[in-house]
Design a protein around this ligand. Sequence first.
Ligand SMILES: Nc1ncnc2c1ncn2[C@@H]1O[C@H](COP(=O)(O)OP(=O)(O)OP(=O)(O)O)[C@@H](O)[C@H]1O
Ligand SMILES: [Mg+2]
Length: 301
Amino acid sequence: MNALPSPAADPTPAELLESSGVREVLAQLDRELVGLAPVKGRIRDIAALLLVDKLRAAQGLQSTPPSLHMCFTGNPGTGKTTVALRMAAVLRQLGYVRKGHLVAVTRDDLVGQFIGHTAPKTREIVKKAMGGVLFIDEAYYLYRPENERDYGQESIEILLQVMENHRDDLVVILAGYRDRMETFFSSNPGMASRIAHHIDFPDYSEPELMQIAGLMLEQLNYRFDDEAAPAFARYVALRRRQPHFANARSIRNALDRMRLRHATRLFTAGTAPTREQLCTLQAGDVLASRVFAMQEARDGD
Ligand SMILES: Nc1ncnc2c1ncn2[C@@H]1O[C@H](COP(=O)(O)OP(=O)(O)OP(=O)(O)O)[C@@H](O)[C@H]1O
Ligand SMILES: [Mg+2]
């Protein structure tokens, strides 16, 4: 008789994923961030954990908020800050934190120069971050063992307390180079034991860097013409092997410089540029880069 499902039927995890809006946030993450498969996988796992926790709570089963403090390791420009922002949004959609904002800091924001300054500074930042994510970049600088009375230790103590007592409304993400982070954890076991998730951000491959460039250009309303695209592929191959290469950040900087050359070129042409010309980067805009000159200098040796 009663073939209709009751409206109060328990939701499946997939339905919960949809109705919470998390499915869309994850899909957006997939679309807007190139590569990073292991990172995206970990975010999906964390979302699944929190959704199942909700289902458990609905059944009256024991559901304690899991500890979600994390550590993001990887080279500069691999997407750590960007992913932390997305993570904050996911945690808010899942109701884990109230606001889902990100407060990004470094040692100088937390640690004072004089005695008595550190605790209020750290507490102020913690207060700002409450209900969201506290992102501590290059977190290992908090610990300076060479300095016997370093105030960083005081900041660490406060953070440890907050990470334990407010874990249901504040997520702390520590970020930095992998090897330095490991050294930091080995001298700060209290911190190490509070970090539940370690996520490593690999360097991008050349095809991934090209894809990232494509995505960035699309967002900026520019495009490469048929000669500029292969010229930029050569640029990426060379730039990757040069000093201070910072993955996706170097791509963004390179595109900024190409837009500068493009603008100068249109300006000196003297005629009114067409819509097409306003959007199109040419090979010359790419090849004028110092990166090619450096390569020639080296080949000339
Ligand atoms: N996978 C990606 N797809 C598209 N854009 C990306 C990706 N990763 C990073 N970016 C872009 O590259 C730039 C640098 O990324 P981000 O600041 O997140 O890196 P980071 O790891 O925090 O670097 P740093 O260690 O220097 O702080 C940003 O503009 C970001 O939007
Ligand atoms: Mg960053």
